[in-house]
Design a protein around this ligand. Structure first.
Ligand code: NAD
Ligand code: UGA
Length: 341
């Protein structure tokens, strides 16, 4: 689990939606390592957690497999005070052609979960939002900016975020909400459709790396353990009435281009990436950089992993999976969609 003296102890059982996913599986691991009992909800298989060898301090894990938009949620939420809602259909590019599925997973499922949380008297919901709600911007993106998403995915994430805030504002709800706008998350177990995963896999196999555009687009890449720490910090009950409905960026505050990432990967692997440049994808923003001052001030969040260290960890993780004997899925985030972007 990410070490941080300021990460609050979280009491009681915790629900994590999207527990079989990249970020969700890291979060489940951190919560269990801190002794929390976790109920993981996902429509994909979560055997990866239930089969884990328990360390003495580990909390229990209960897997509930189902679709949030249709499954019975009341039994998952009974006696639960804190929900981390990470389940969604992520990925910017396929959202142009698969919109009904994005609506189902990102909007309908979120509305249903929030409604069930109000009925169950859940105290706090932390929702995974996205930098994609901003659209393009010239400088750092701050939470006061008018969101102008440039992809259907971004529109559904904005809808999910606003739904959460609307539920928190209901006078009959005991609910407080933190919507965390993650920037581009990377690290061991990263979704296989994302650039860093694809680049590392291709370089290690000696295959070409497909770059959409000229590689000058920049991203604020944030390491998954830092994101988990932000989630844990946000899981603490709201301290102040103003904190009942918060939107907070989770990034690093600095960004690099894909071309810089390719050079760094060359340095770390000793292999020169064979970059093949092609057309820019519709809806892709040119630049993302997080203004992280609000998360720092409100949560005490400070990203701890620099890009070189994080990238080296993801390279090493990929190498072990590529070189090692074929094993059943055992590492965080190995349950992945494999969808094409
Ligand atoms: P992921 O695809 O690895 O995990 C999402 C999980 O949600 C999957 O296991 C999926 O099966 C589950 N899910 C989707 N729809 C569901 C439904 N209807 N019912 C039950 N389970 C469902 O994605 P991730 O990269 O771990 O992203 C987690 C969250 O963070 C998402 O909300 C995503 O939009 C957000 N986010 C991710 C990034 C990033 O860079 N990875 C950046 C910004 C925001
Ligand atoms: C990522 C996640 O996929 C979204 O879930 C998340 O919401 C979003 O971050 C966010 O920041 O909010 P994206 O930045 O598009 O979206 O991340 P990648 O899919 O890794 O793409 C990064 C860049 O690499 C994009 O410019 C993309 O066009 C490019 N790319 C991607 C390639 O050049 N080649 C590829 O094979 C894949």
């Amino acid at each position: 689990m990410p070490s941080d003296a300021h990460v609050p102890a979280i009491a009681g059982d915790v629900v994590v939606t999207g527990a079989a996913g990249f970020i969700g599986s890291h979060l489940v691991k951190a919560l269990r390592q801190s002794g929390r009992n976790v109920v993981g909800v996902d429509r994909r298989d979560m055997g990866v957690h239930t089969g884990a060898v328990p360390a003495p301090e580990e909390g229990a894990f209960q897997a509930r497999t189902g679709d949030l938009a249709t499954m019975d949620l009341s039994s998952c939420l009974k006696g639960v005070d804190l929900v981390f809602h990470l389940a969604a259909l992520p990925g910017v590019r396929p959202s142009w052609t698969e919109f009904p599925e994005y609506l189902h997973c990102n909007v309908l499922a979120t509305q249903r979960l929030l409604d069930a949380c109000v009925q169950a008297g859940v105290g706090r919901v932390v929702v995974a939002s996205s930098s994609s709600v901003y659209g393009g911007a010239d400088g750092a993106m701050d939470e006061g900016m008018l969101p102008r998403p440039t992809s259907p995915y971004g529109v559904t994430k904005l809808a999910a975020e606003r739904l959460a805030l609307a539920f928190a504002a209901r006078p009959d709800a005991a609910l407080s909400v933190a919507a965390l706008r993650f920037f581009t998350v990377y690290g061991p177990g990263q979704r296989p459709d994302m650039f860093v995963s694809r680049m590392i896999r291709a370089v290690l196999r000696g295959e070409p790396v497909e770059v959409y555009g000229d590689g000058s687009q920049i991203r604020d890449f944030v390491y998954v353990e830092d994101v988990v720490r932000a989630l844990l910090l946000a899981g603490a009950p709201a301290r102040h009435p103003d904190d009942r409905a918060e939107v907070l960026n989770v990034g690093t505050g600095s960004s690099v281009s894909l071309n810089r990432l390719l050079s760094l990967t060359a340095e770390l692997t000793g292999r020169r990436p064979d970059a093949r440049y092609g057309p820019t994808r519709v809806g892709d923003v040119g630049a993302t950089t997080a203004d992280v001052s609000r998360a720092r001030d409100r949560l005490g969040f400070r990203p701890a992993t620099d890009l070189r260290t994080g990238l080296a960890a993801q390279i090493e993780w990929t190498r072990r999976r590529t070189d090692g004997p074929r094993r059943p899925r055992t590492a965080p985030g190995t349950a992945t969609t494999g969808r094409r972007a």
